[in-house]
Every structure is written in C-alpha cells, then in structure tokens.
Write a new protein. Structure first.
Length: 62
C-alpha cells in the first residue's frame, strides 16, 4: 500500500518582517503539483522583545 505524497514548506518570521518572503516557497509548492502545506513559525520571542522596548524603552537596560 502506497501513501499519498505531500509537499511541505517551512518558513519563520517575526513582527515587522517582510510579508512577501514566503512567496517563492509557495510557488515551489504549487509547481510540485502535489497537495502542499506551508508551516510558518512566528518568532514570538523577538516580536515580544521589540514590542516591549516600544512600550517601555528603559525595560531592557541593565
């Protein structure tokens, strides 16, 4: 018994990152002709740190 194939793409980003960066990955998934998924991890730690500095600029100073 053969299992169906699945194309998987991965990406990562953070708040303020470019929104078009995953475009080539999506295009490659489409061109494969297989069912596909894009797994996109958001780097919450960096996003939260940047936001924290915006809210309280002195919070990150020693």
């Amino acid at each position: 018994m053969s299992l169906p194939h699945l194309a998987i793409g991965c990406a990562a980003g953070f708040g303020g990152d470019r929104t078009d960066a995953a475009g080539p990955v999506v295009e490659t998934l489409i061109e494969s002709g297989l069912p596909g998924v894009l797994i996109f991890e958001m780097l919450a730690e960096r996003t939260l740190a940047v936001t924290w500095r915006l809210v309280d600029p002195d919070a990150m100073r020693p």
